[in-house]
Design a protein around this ligand. Structure first.
Ligand code: UD1
Ligand code: CA
Length: 479
């Protein structure tokens, strides 16, 4: 059976989330590179609802602004005072009017909930012709949740909140996930009649279920096959738990698609990351944002890539890469830091203890050791010697440096920008290059060396150095 398209998905997210003890509203906390509320919206969106609605309240400016950019297809409706889940739904219907068709109600803090589970809820709701179908789960510890009260035949009678429950009802282990499929017309009518005469003085959405049942409508439950899916986030312990579960799901999807993940326990991958088959991810690696890795590449160990592209067959070891474009067959690291604007051409190398920023390295060019390259344009087949610094900052402004094709920059060169090293030009080791070096020339910019004979014998007499020197000089004279 195909999944009936809901008329609306309503995501409740107005609560404060006090137990997070955070300046950040709970639903904006991130797991796997996406805010909690956006995980829910992503799962809901795949059901192709006619409307996507989020109820916001606490810190609504921030949550509203976030949603406007992350989920422009969702309509935010403000619930000024949080007077209960029933009040939240009533507020929505007062704002948008009665919704005909199926209305799915869910929460902004259940990021593990999968579209498949919501689809099963909708299927059962339609197949049974229910007025309301609640998603439930049997859990090891139902403390804090509403309990599903059934009759002897197993039919759902009502949902009782923990604070209102009798000791026998508290012993029930089938909990209310808080997620429901409703008939929109019946919901609109019933939600107006929910009272706040209960232990918390709130309008409970759960009461809609008993109101409808008492009026002779069909009321049902769909039991989730995996209770972990309906677990919400209330504190940071649960935040860490859902992050681990979601990460594991993402890793498994990549592994099934042909990616080798050597150590899933130490690998963290955001939802937006794309990885081609036959990529190997080594332990201790984190892939964030819109990172993309092409086939045959190896990333890790101990590498953190954010918004970075890694080309086919490239090797990235012990590196931190932010907003970099790494070409095919490139070698990065170990111990490299690629900052935004770094573009490495095919078969280039950025080696050990090298930092790059806003820098292009041409095909087959090498920056192998101990170098800072900032605001640099490096051509093809260039060799940058160890300890080269692209001196791009004069204390006020940043300036560019160009090193053209085939150039050879000697070790410990300071390239004081703005400056250009021409095609095929050299710089002598230890030079401070402040003027352009023409094509094919060598730039030499260092003091001439002078040796003061016997200085150590005179000024450091008796030291190990003096003794070694003495011995060498005697041997030279003796032979
Ligand atoms: C609710 C259910 C309970 C269920 C549990 C599952 C009711 C009365 N109880 O309890 O049966 O087991 O969820 O987690 O519905 N919210 C609003 N506006 C409000 C109140 C809440 O938007 O006025 C939002 C909250 O942000 C939250 C969700 O609704 O995302 C649930 O609210 P919460 O107060 O946590 O309900 P529970 O007491 O946990
Ligand atoms: Ca809750």
């Amino acid at each position: 059976m195909s999944v009936p398209r809901p008329a609306a998905v309503v995501v409740l997210a107005a609560g404060e989330g006090t137990r997070m003890k955070s300046q950040t509203p709970k639903v904006l906390h991130e797991v796997c590179g996406r805010a909690l509320v956006d995980h829910m919206l992503a799962a809901a969106r795949r059901l192709e609802p006619e409307r996507l609605i989020v109820v916001i309240g606490h810190d609504r400016e921030r949550v509203g602004a976030h949603l406007a950019s992350s989920s422009p297809d969702a309509r935010a409706i403000v619930q000024r005072e949080q007077r209960g889940t029933g009040h939240a739904v009533r507020t929505v219907l007062e704002e948008v009017g009665t919704i005909t068709g199926t209305v799915l109600v869910t929460y902004g803090d259940v990021p593990l909930l999968r579209t498949e589970t919501l689809a099963q809820l909708l299927e059962q709701h339609a197949a049974d012709g229910n007025a309301v179908t609640v998603l439930t789960a049997v859990v090891p510890d139902p403390t804090g949740y509403g309990r599903i009260v059934r009759d002897a035949a197993g039919a759902v009678l009502e949902i009782v909140e923990e604070k209102d429950a009798s000791p026998q009802q508290r012993a029930i282990t089938e909990m209310n996930s808080g997620i429901y499929a409703f008939d929109g017309l019946l919901l609109a009518d019933a939600v107006k009649r929910v009272s706040s005469d209960n232990a918390q003085g709130e309008e409970y959405l759960t009461d809609v279920l008993s109101i409808l049942r008492e009026e002779g409508h069909r009321v049902g439950a769909h039991v989730a096959s995996d209770h972990v899916e309906v677990e919400g986030v209330n504190d940071r312990v649960q935040l860490a738990f859902v992050r681990k579960v979601l990460n594991r799901r993402l890793l498994e999807a990549h592994m099934r698609a042909g990616v080798t993940i050597v150590d899933p326990d130490s690998t963290w991958i955001d939802v937006g990351v794309e990885i081609s088959p036959d990529v190997v991810i080594h332990p201790g690696t984190q892939l964030h944002g819109q990172t993309r890795i092409e086939t045959g590449a190896e990333v890790g160990p101990a590498s953190t890539l954010t918004g970075t592209t890694v080309g086919e067959g490239a090797l990235v070891r012990n590196a931190v890469c932010d907003g970099a474009v790494i070409g095919p067959e490139v070698s990065v690291g170990p111990y490299a830091y690629l900052r935004p604007g770094t573009v490495l051409g095919r078969a280039a190398k950025v080696g050990t203890f090298v930092e790059t920023k806003n820098t292009t390295v041409g095909e087959r060019s090498k920056v192998p050791h101990l170098t800072y390259a900032g605001d640099a344009t490096i051509g093809q087949d260039v060799n940058i010697g160890a300890s080269t610094v692209f001196v791009n900052y004069d204390g006020v402004n940043k300036h560019p440096t160009t090193v053209r094709d085939g150039a050879f920059v000697g070790c410990d060169t300071m390239l004081v920008a703005p400056v250009t090293v021409g095609d095929g030009a050299y710089t002598a080791a230890g030079s401070v290059i402040i003027d352009d070096v023409p094509p094919g020339a060598i730039g030499v910019a260092r003091a001439k060396q002078r040796n003061i004979e016997q200085w150590v014998l005179r000024r450091r007499a008796g030291t190990k150095s003096a003794k070694a020197a003495q011995k060498a000089i005697e041997q030279e004279n003796g032979s």
